[in-house]
Design a protein around this ligand. Structure first.
Ligand code: HEM
Length: 458
C-alpha cells in the first residue's frame, strides 16, 4: 500500500462534515458561547445580525454578516429574544427549508399563550423549527459538558431536522434526549424556570413539621416550666429543644418514605388488580421519596451531632457536679441500676445501627452510586434495608421512651411528649408492612407488581 495515500486519506466521512457552516442569529452571551463551542468542535460559524458593525467582540475565526448570512448554512440557531422574532418574519423567504433551532427561554412561566418555538414555526411555516439547547447556560457552553450539565433536550415536528440538531449536539459532547414533537416546547421552556421542583414538597414538609414541633415543645418544655414551676429554662431552646425537633421530624419523614409503598400495596390488594393507575397524589408522593429520605437523613445527622455535645454542655456538667456533691454531703451512693444501663446502652446502639443504615440508604440513592448497582441490589437496599432502618430508628425511640409512657408527669397540660407523637406514623407503617408479609397478603404476583411500580418512581 502506498504510504502517502494512507496518511492523506480521511479516516471517515466526518472530516467533510466538520467543515459544515452553522449560522447563529444573535450576538449576546449565549450566541457567542455557542459560536465558540462550534468553532472548537470544528464547525465554521457565521453570525447574522441586524447591525453587523455594532455587535461586540465575537469569537476569533467567525464572521458576522447581515441577516442574509443564513443563506450559507442549513442550521440556523436563533439566539434572540422572542420579542424580536417578528423581524424574522421578513426573512421568511431566505429561511425557507432551513432548520431553525430555537434556544430561547422566558423570564416567567405562561408569559405567552404559545411556546416560543411554536410561535417561530407559525411566523416561518416554510422552515423546520427544532427546540433545543435552551436548558444550557452560556457558562456551561463555554466550559463544555460536565456531569451535571451533559443533557440537551430537543423537540420538533421534522425527524430529519431533529436528527441534524442531535448530530451537532452529540459532536459538542452532550447527551441528547428527544422529547417528541414541537408541542413539548412549552415544557422544555419551563425547565430552566424550575427551582429544584422535586425538592419543594419535602422541604415544605420538613419546614412545616419543624415549625409545628418547635412550638409544641416550646409550650410543653419551656413555657410550662415558666408558668407552673416559675423556672426559666429558656436556654433549652438552643440544644435540648433542637435535639428533640430534628430527630422527631427525621423519623416522621423517614416513615413517610415508606408509607406510600404500603398504601400502594393495600390499594392493589383492595382493587385486586395491578392494571389500574395509582391516584395522582400517590404518584407524586412516590416520586419525591428520595428527596424526603435525604432531607430526613440531614436532620438525623444533626441529631447525631447534637448528641455528641451533650456531655460537654454546661447545664449537664453542672447537674452532674451538683448531684455528686449532694450525694457526698448526704453520705449516700445511688445503687448501680442494671436496667438503666441496659436501657441506655441499647438505645444508643440501636440509634447508631439505625444511623449507619440511614447513611447507606442515602449514599445508594445518589445517581453515581445507584447507576452501578443492579436493579435487584438497589431494591434490596432501598426496600429491605430501608424497612430495617425504619425499624431500628423506631425501636431506638421506643427504648428512649421506655416506661415514660406510663408516667403521668410526662403528660404536661395533657400534651404528649414529642417523641410519642413521632412514633405514630412509623409504627403504623411497620405494622402495615408486617401485615403485608402475612401469607394471605403476600401474594408474590401482587407484591412484585407493587415493588415494580415503586421502582419506577425511585
Ligand atoms: C433521642 C442518641 C440516632 C431518633 C435520642 C437521645 C439520644 C440519642 C442521646 C436522647 C436525647 C435527649 O436526651 O434529649 C442517638 C445516637 C444516634 C441516634 C447516639 C446515632 C448515632 C437516631 C436516629 C434517629 C433518632 C437515626 C431517627 C430519626 C431519635 C428520637 C429521639 C431520640 C425521635 C427522641 C427525641 C426526644 O423527643 O427527646 N437519641 N440517636 N436517633 N433519637 Fe436518637
Amino acid at each position: 500500500v502506498n504510504s502517502e495515500s494512507v496518511s492523506l486519506c480521511p479516516l471517515s466521512t466526518t472530516a467533510a462534515t466538520e467543515q459544515e457552516m452553522l449560522c447563529i442569529f444573535g450576538t449576546g452571551d449565549l450566541g457567542r458561547s455557542l459560536g465558540q463551542r462550534f468553532l472548537q468542535t470544528g464547525y465554521k460559524v457565521v453570525y447574522g445580525s441586524r447591525r453587523p458593525h455594532s455587535c461586540g467582540p465575537l469569537p476569533p475565526g467567525t464572521q458576522v454578516h447581515h441577516v442574509a448570512a443564513a443563506q450559507s448554512a442549513r442550521l440556523v440557531f436563533i439566539c434572540i429574544h422572542r420579542e424580536n422574532y417578528d423581524f424574522l418574519e421578513t426573512l421568511a423567504p431566505q429561511l425557507k427549508g432551513k432548520v431553525l433551532v430555537d434556544v430561547s427561554n422566558n423570564l416567567k412561566k405562561n408569559m405567552y399563550p404559545e411556546a416560543n418555538a411554536e410561535y417561530l414555526q407559525r411566523l416561518i411555516p416554510g422552515a423546520q423549527v427544532v427546540k433545543g439547547f435552551n436548558t444550557l447556560s452560556a457558562w456551561a457552553l463555554q466550559n463544555g459538558p460536565s456531569d451535571a450539565n451533559r443533557q440537551v433536550y430537543v423537540c420538533g415536528n421534522s425527524l430529519e431536522a431533529k436528527q441534524a440538531v442531535i448530530e451537532v449536539a452529540t459532536k459538542l459532547g452532550f447527551t441528547v434526549l428527544d422529547r417528541g414533537s414541537l408541542t413539548a416546547a412549552r415544557e422544555l421552556e419551563d425547565f430552566p424556570l424550575q427551582l429544584f421542583p422535586e425538592w419543594r414538597l419535602p422541604l415544605k414538609l420538613a419546614t412545616g413539621l419543624t415549625a409545628f414541633f418547635f412550638f409544641y415543645l416550646l409550650i410543653r418544655d419551656v413555657i410550662y416550666s415558666y408558668v407552673v414551676n416559675d423556672k426559666d429554662v429558656s436556654f433549652r431552646i438552643m440544644a435540648s429543644l433542637a435535639n428533640k425537633v430534628f430527630p422527631i421530624v427525621s423519623l416522621i419523614m423517614l416513615s413517610l418514605c415508606y408509607l406510600p409503598g404500603v398504601i400502594a400495596a393495600f390499594l392493589q390488594l383492595y382493587r385486586g388488580t395491578k392494571y389500574k393507575r395509582f391516584p395522582d397524589w400517590l404518584d407524586r408522593w412516590m416520586l419525591c421519596r428520595k428527596q424526603l429520605g435525604l432531607v430526613a437523613l440531614a436532620l438525623a445527622s444533626l441529631h447525631v451531632l447534637y448528641t455528641l455535645i451533650i456531655p460537654i454542655r454546661y447545664y449537664v456538667r453542672y447537674r452532674l457536679a451538683a448531684h455528686t456533691i449532694s450525694q457526698i454531703r448526704e453520705n449516700k451512693t445511688s445503687p448501680f441500676d442494671t436496667t438503666m444501663a441496659w436501657r441506655t446502652d441499647s438505645y444508643y446502639v440501636i440509634g447508631i445501627l439505625g444511623f449507619g443504615l440511614y447513611l447507606l440508604l442515602g449514599i445508594t440513592s445518589l445517581p453515581s452510586v445507584s447507576n452501578i448497582l443492579s436493579w435487584r441490589e438497589f431494591s434490596f437496599i432501598q426496600s429491605k434495608l430501608g424497612y430495617l432502618t425504619l425499624f431500628f430508628c423506631t425501636f431506638h425511640t421506643y427504648l428512649y421512651g421506655w416506661d415514660k409512657f406510663l408516667q403521668p408527669s410526662s403528660y404536661k397540660w395533657f400534651m404528649l411528649p414529642g417523641y410519642m407523637l413521632s412514633l405514630v406514623v412509623p409504627s403504623v407503617v411497620l405494622v402495615l408492612k408486617l401485615l403485608l408479609l402475612l401469607p394471605c397478603c403476600n401474594r408474590p404476583r401482587l407484591s412484585c407488581l407493587v415493588s415494580l411500580s415503586i421502582s419506577h418512581s425511585i
